[in-house]
Ligand binder design. Structure first.
Ligand SMILES: [Ca+2]
Length: 446
C-alpha cells in the first residue's frame, strides 16, 4: 500500500506531463487556417446578431451562434487608418497612415512595416488578399509586397473612379497581384467575384495552412448588388448589399465545410468603421451608439465582431472586453504559433485568452481614438474622455462618458467629475506624446 500511492502519483504525473507535452506540440505542428472578413462601412447594428432591423443575415448570425461576439471591438473612424491598424497591430498614427488615401497620394503603408501576412508566412501559411487594400495603390505598396502571395481587387475606395462627378479621378482599377487587369468594373458583380476568388484560393490550398484576408468593397457607397439580391431586401440597396455579403459568408463557410476544414479554421468577421450617410433605414445603423462614420463617438468606431474557432471558442458566447484592430496581429501570431514583431513598438495585445474565456482579465484597459492623426479621445476602463471640435467656430468640447452606464454617450459627466477628466486627460497627453515620439514614416513614391 505504502508503495502503490507514490506509484499512482507517478503514473498520474507522467500522464499529465505527456498530455501537456503533446497538446502544444500538436498545435505547433498544424496551425489553424485563418479567414478574416472585413466589411467596409458596416455599422454596429447591421447584422441580425447585433440587433439589425429588417436585414436578413442568417450566415453571419450562424457564425455568432457557433462562436463569440465581441461587443467592445474598436476599429477607427475611416478606411485607410483602419486597415493600417489591422495589418500592423499599431495605431495608424504610429505608422503614419492618414484617414483616407486617394489615387493622387504619394504615400502608402511603409514596405518595412510587418503585416499579419508577413507574421504568418514563416509558419508556412499560403496568403491572399481579396478586395479593398487601401494602403497605397502604387506597385511597391500592394499586397504582394506585404506578405500576400496573391491579390485581387480594387486597391482603394469604389467611389474614386471615373464615375465620381465631384473630382477628377483615374478610371477605377481592378488589380490582380500587381497588374491592372480591368478598369471601371461592373460593381454589381464585385461581391460575387471576390467570393469566387476566395473559394478558389481555399480549394487550391486546402492542405493548409492558409490566411485569407477579405476586405470587401461593399457596403461602401456607391452601393451595388447583383441581380439575385438587388431589390430583394427591406432596406433598399443598402440592405441588398448587406444580404449579398451575408451570402458571401455562407459560400465561404460551405466551402470550408465541404473540404472538411471548418473545424480547423478561425473565421473572424468585423468592419472597418461605422455606417456612412444620414441615420435613415436606407443606410446603416450604429444603434445603440452615437455618431457614424468619421466620428470618434462610439458609433463611428465600434464594430460588430465575431470569432468562430471550433474547439477553442465556446459557441454562442459574448465578450465585452476592449479589443480592436490593433490586437488582431498579436492574436493571430499567438494562435498560429508565430512571432509578432519584437524590433518595434506594437500597440495591440494578444486576446487569445478571451477566445478561451470571455471573462478572462482584460488584455488592455486603454484605447486611443484617432481621427486621422488627431487624438480625439481615450477610453480607460469604463470611462471615455473626448476632446474634439464641437462644430464650426465653437472650439473644442470636453466630454466625459461612462460607457458602461451610458453607451449612447448622452450624459456628459465632465463638469461633475473634474478629477476623472484630469486623470484621463493626463493619460491621453502622455500616450499621444509617446506615439508622436515613436512614430514611423510612411512609404513614399516620387
Ligand atoms: Ca470604410
Amino acid at each position: 500500500m505504502t508503495r502503490s500511492i507514490p506509484a499512482v502519483i507517478a503514473i498520474a504525473a507522467f500522464l499529465c506531463l505527456s498530455l501537456a507535452a503533446r497538446s502544444p506540440a500538436r498545435a505547433a505542428d498544424t496551425p489553424p487556417n485563418i479567414v478574416l472578413i472585413f466589411i467596409d462601412d458596416m455599422g454596429y447594428a447591421d447584422v441580425g446578431c447585433f440587433g439589425a432591423d429588417n436585414l436578413r443575415t442568417p450566415h453571419i448570425d450562424q457564425l455568432a451562434a457557433q462562436g463569440m461576439r465581441f461587443t467592445s471591438y474598436y476599429a477607427t473612424p475611416v478606411c485607410s487608418m483602419s486597415r493600417a491598424s489591422l495589418m500592423t497591430g499599431c495605431y495608424n498614427a504610429r505608422v503614419s497612415i492618414p484617414g483616407v488615401l486617394f489615387p493622387h497620394d504619394k504615400i502608402g503603408l511603409n514596405p518595412d512595416e510587418i503585416t499579419i501576412a508577413e507574421v504568418l508566412k514563416p509558419r508556412g501559411y499560403a496568403t491572399c488578399a481579396v478586395g479593398k487594400w487601401h494602403l497605397g495603390w502604387q506597385e511597391k505598396f500592394l499586397p504582394p509586397h506585404q506578405g500576400f502571395d496573391h491579390y485581387f481587387g480594387i486597391p482603394y475606395s469604389n467611389d474614386v473612379g471615373a464615375g465620381n462627378t465631384k473630382r477628377d479621378f483615374p478610371p477605377l482599377p481592378i488589380v490582380r497581384d500587381t497588374d491592372t487587369i480591368e478598369t471601371e468594373p461592373d460593381q454589381t458583380q464585385l461581391t460575387r467575384r471576390y467570393t469566387e476568388e476566395v473559394v478558389k484560393f481555399i480549394t487550391e490550398h486546402k492542405d493548409g495552412p492558409f490566411f485569407v484576408y477579405l476586405p470587401h468593397t461593399m457596403v461602401h457607397k456607391p452601393l451595388a448588388a447583383s441581380e439575385r439580391f438587388a431589390g430583394k431586401s427591406k432596406r433598399g440597396l443598402y440592405g441588398d448589399a448587406v444580404e449579398e455579403i451575408d451570402w458571401s459568408v455562407g459560400q465561404i463557410m460551405d466551402t470550408l465545410d465541404r473540404l472538411g476544414l471548418a473545424d480547423h479554421t478561425l473565421v473572424m468577421f468585423t468592419s472597418d468603421n461605422g455606417p456612412a450617410g444620414p441615420d435613415t433605414p436606407m443606410n446603416g445603423s450604429a444603434k445603440p451608439f452615437r455618431g457614424r462614420k468619421a466620428s470618434t463617438y462610439e458609433g463611428g468606431v465600434r464594430e460588430p465582431t465575431i470569432v468562430r474557432w471550433p474547439g477553442h471558442v465556446r459557441p454562442g458566447t459574448t465578450c465585452d472586453r476592449v479589443i480592436g484592430n490593433i490586437d488582431v496581429l498579436p492574436t493571430f501570431a499567438a494562435v498560429a504559433g508565430a512571432q509578432a514583431p519584437t524590433d518595434r513598438v506594437i500597440d495591440g495585445r494578444d486576446f487569445s485568452s478571451l477566445l478561451a474565456d470571455p471573462n478572462a482579465p482584460p488584455v488592455r484597459n486603454v484605447h486611443l481614438y484617432y481621427r486621422g492623426f488627431d487624438l480625439e479621445a481615450i477610453r480607460v476602463g469604463d470611462f471615455k474622455l473626448r476632446i474634439a471640435a464641437a462644430g464650426k467656430g465653437k472650439g473644442k468640447s470636453v466630454e466625459l462618458f461612462n460607457l458602461v452606464d451610458d453607451p449612447g454617450e448622452s450624459h456628459n459627466l465632465a463638469k461633475q467629475m473634474p478629477d476623472k477628466v484630469a486623470e484621463l486627460r493626463a493619460e491621453m497627453d502622455k500616450r499621444g506624446a509617446e506615439v508622436e515620439a515613436n512614430k514611423r514614416p510612411p512609404g513614399k513614391v516620387d
